[in-house]
Design a protein around this ligand. Structure first.
Ligand SMILES: Cc1cc2nc3c(=O)[nH]c(=O)nc-3n(C[C@H](O)[C@H](O)[C@H](O)COP(=O)(O)OP(=O)(O)OC[C@H]3O[C@@H](n4cnc5c(N)ncnc54)[C@H](O)[C@@H]3O)c2cc1C
Length: 414
């Protein structure tokens, strides 16, 4: 057995890292605070693997965001509160909302998307996810001219980085997906992307990893990093137990920031809270996962339920559910389909997207502290890119040449 590695967090990032590390002969221990697997953003997301997706900051979004912020019914809500860290984050975010920064982000997110597509196929073959990876892609559906322009812009960017897209007018969309009600003007189809069942995938991945020899401990909250003489020696748990390891990877989502700070590393993430609502299969015949552009709601037809997910709220690193925001999912989607009203609810929740203001993730070695690695900042594409990021971090630990340039992802850039 090789060197011991502790991975903090059993979301998609942590489990993907564990998968690649155990294959390289490392002894891997994953520590998860929750009592089960799949309770985090990695279980509560929309389940659309959107390869070639644009970063969070976009030209014009900062201006729109200012208009939306204080409106609890808008797609992006920021309840008023005193939080200098949040306002600093918004200033950085606003600076990143320009074409040059989007291009720079896409120069990394494009290749990362191709790597992620290959990694998801490999994971699915290996772990046989329930429902599998379900083609055919996803649809960016719009009702207005502004929505069409936004969807087509995203398609142009995806094509520029080698991803296929197909534009459908209202008639072509109606043939393909008769579930949509009148008023829908068209869609862009991303055929290479896939829909998944997030908690089912995560649980299958965890079960497979245990078979491969990875130790996954749930109910194990990491409270401290053991740092001495510029080296991370392991972690201290809330229970008082200390665990030593040659390397430690922080993959604790938005909660990595506090732990990283103990090692002198600034990792300025904000939690972009999003909601999900699972409905017992209502009588709509949607085959392809879709994002309803104007209302920011994703709709994913899973084998046993229909998942609605979306909205963004910056209200701190907590999982407090605002019912009014949750209800926006149902209300937002209802007008787009015939037959959604009155569907029985099977589950609901809210989770935090770990968002860095500059639109990229943080993947790599922590600066100044040896033996510490970071896997953070998945934002709204973390589920899609997790397996690729796991591959990159494993390459780092194993001293291999990474499959893509990791410099833009350097966790020391803040
Ligand atoms: C509503 C919504 C919809 C989304 N839709 C999509 C989508 O369609 N496609 C897509 O690609 N992405 C989507 N995302 C984003 C994606 O879900 C996240 O970017 C991704 O899951 C982040 O993964 P992670 O492993 O970094 O963090 P998490 O999933 O948050 O996992 C971190 C884990 O660390 C654990 N942890 C935290 N602190 C500690 C500690 N101190 N000790 C031990 N364990 C700890 C947590 O309990 C958690 O299990 C969506 C997110 C949301 C909320």
């Amino acid at each position: 057995m090789g060197e011991r590695v502790i991975v903090v967090g059993a979301g998609v990032m942590g489990l993907s890292a564990a998968h690649h590390l155990v294959r390289r002969g490392f002894e891997v221990v994953v520590l998860e605070e929750d009592t089960g697997i799949g309770g985090s953003a990695s279980g509560g997301n929309a389940g659309i693997l959107a390869f070639g997706h644009l970063p969070l900051p976009r030209p014009g979004l900062a201006r729109k965001a200012v208009r939306w912020m204080l409106d609890p019914e808008s797609p992006l809500y920021v309840p008023p509160r005193w939080d200098p860290g949040l306002w600093e984050w918004f200033l950085d975010f606003q600076k990143a909302c320009n074409p040059a920064r989007v291009r720079a982000c896409m120069d990394t997110l494009g290749p990362l998307g191709h790597l992620a597509l290959a990694e998801w196929r490999e994971l699915s073959g290996r772990f046989g996810f329930a429902g599998g990876l379900r083609p055919p892609g996803w649809l960016n559906v719009y009702r207005t001219e502004a929505g069409r322009r936004e969807a087509e812009h995203e398609a142009d960017e995806a094509r520029r980085y080698g991803f296929a897209t197909e534009s459908l007018d209202a008639a072509a969309l109606a043939v393909r997906e008769p579930a949509f009600a009148g008023g829908v003007r068209g869609a862009v189809h991303f055929p290479e992307s896939v829909g998944i069942d997030p908690p089912a995938c995560l649980r299958a991945l965890a079960a497979g990893l245990r078979d491969d020899g990875v130790e996954i401990r749930t109910g194990a909250a990491v409270e401290r990093l053991l740092v001495k003489d510029g080296r991370c020696l392991g972690v201290g748990l809330r229970s008082g137990e200390e665990m030593v390891a040659g390397s430690t990877i922080l993959a604790a989502g938005v909660w990595s920031d506090g732990l990283a700070r103990q090692a002198g590393l600034r990792l300025p993430q904000q939690g972009g809270k999003g909601y999900h609502l699972d409905l017992e299969h209502p009588p709509i015949r949607l085959k392809t996962p879709a994002v309803l552009t104007e209302v920011f709601v994703a709709v994913n037809p899973l084998p046993d339920r229909l998942r609605l997910a979306g909205t963004v709220e910056f209200s701190g690193a907590n999982r407090r559910l605002r019912r009014r925001r949750l209800e926006m999912l149902a209300r937002g989607a209802e007008g787009w389909f015939v037959g959604l009203e009155g569907a029985r609810r099977l589950g609901e929740g809210c989770d935090l997207r770990p968002c860095l203001a500059d639109g990229l993730l943080a993947v790599g070695r922590a600066p100044r502290v040896r033996g510490l690695f970071i896997l953070a900042g998945g934002a709204k594409v973390g589920m899609t890119l997790g397996p690729a990021c796991g591959r990159l971090i494993a390459a780092c630990l194993a001293g291999e040449e990474p499959p893509i340039d990791m410099k833009p992802l350097d966790p020391g850039r803040f």
